[in-house]
Design a protein around this ligand. Structure first.
Ligand SMILES: [Zn+2]
Length: 277
């Protein structure tokens, strides 16, 4: 009995050693960044956030690089109001996301975007001496007031899939996120691809009703929901402005309209800043 327990302890020690040495060799890989991504900054556009236990407005503000006062204002709260787990908050636009590439320093990045290093540190909860890991997404707290920075610069702007009034905006609706905009139009109105791309979904999708999803580039997808008819199939390539469907009232919908979403890396953002005016 004694000998077998010594044996078990030895095995456990060996296993611990393997795990620890595995950790030790994993770190240089993280530092080098096996596959560095291009340093394209992603605009922080309005989105929403589901509050987790222990969250504070200040913590959320830091995570998104948006002032806590702005978040409070966007949600009709005061800074001293409590927030609770499961609550949805609208996070207004407030900065850029920048992915660290080899050779970057905080000072380079601060200089490039014209923000003080201290603000960069504060926005990301970093200490001045902390190492900057390749691949880390940093929030760059810059103002997005200038309209020319709203269209993501390097990316093709989207065009309206249907012309009509926005009957329900992006944001919270009865405390639940509305992940796109509703564009009111008559049933049967042609729905056009907001940009060129590839059809990744076309068919029924629960509350979305008849849905088309287009992939436009490495990060952006657009959703067209509640369609009456769908004219495209998955895998098909479509041109900007091509008719892909018609407006309908399928799925959870109280009248004919197009529910239109823009997602960047799967996260829904307010489509309006992406759209050509
Ligand atoms: Zn909708």
């Amino acid at each position: 009995m004694r000998r077998s327990s010594v044996f078990i302890v030895v095995i456990l020690l060996l296993l611990t050693g393997v795990v620890l040495s595995g950790r030790a060799v994993a770190q240089p890989d993280e530092w080098l960044g096996a596959a560095p991504e291009p340093a394209a900054p992603v605009l922080s556009l309005p989105t929403y956030y589901r509050v987790a236990a222990g969250d504070t407005l200040c913590g959320i503000a830091r995570r998104y690089g948006v002032g806590a006062a702005l978040i409070a204002q966007a949600n009709g709260l005061s800074l001293s109001d409590p927030i609770y787990a499961g609550q949805y908050l609208v996070v207004p636009a407030g900065g850029l996301t920048y992915r660290v590439v080899p050779g970057d320093t905080l000072w380079d990045i601060a200089c490039r975007y014209g923000v003080p290093v201290e603000e960069l540190l504060r926005a990301n909860g970093l200490d001045a001496g902390a190492p900057l890991l390749v691949g880390t997404e940093l929030l760059v707290p810059v103002s997005l007031d200038a309209p020319e920075t709203q269209d993501r610069g390097d990316r093709e702007p989207l065009s309206w899939p249907v012309l009509g009034p926005v009957s329900s905006p992006f944001g919270l609706r009865d405390g639940r996120p509305h992940e796109g905009i509703d564009i009111a139009a008559l049933a049967g109105t042609p729905v056009r691809a907001a940009a060129g791309g590839r059809v990744v979904y076309a068919g029924p999708a629960g509350t979305y009703g008849l849905l088309v999803i287009l992939q436009h580039d490495d990060v952006r997808t657009t959703y067209y929901a509640h369609c009456n008819e769908v004219y495209v199939v998955p895998g098909q390539t479509v041109a900007a402005g091509e008719v892909i469907a018609t407006v309908g009232n399928t799925g959870r919908s109280t009248g004919p309209h197009l529910h239109f979403e823009v997602r960047v890396n799967g996260t829904p953002y307010d489509p309006v800043p992406f759209l050509r005016s």
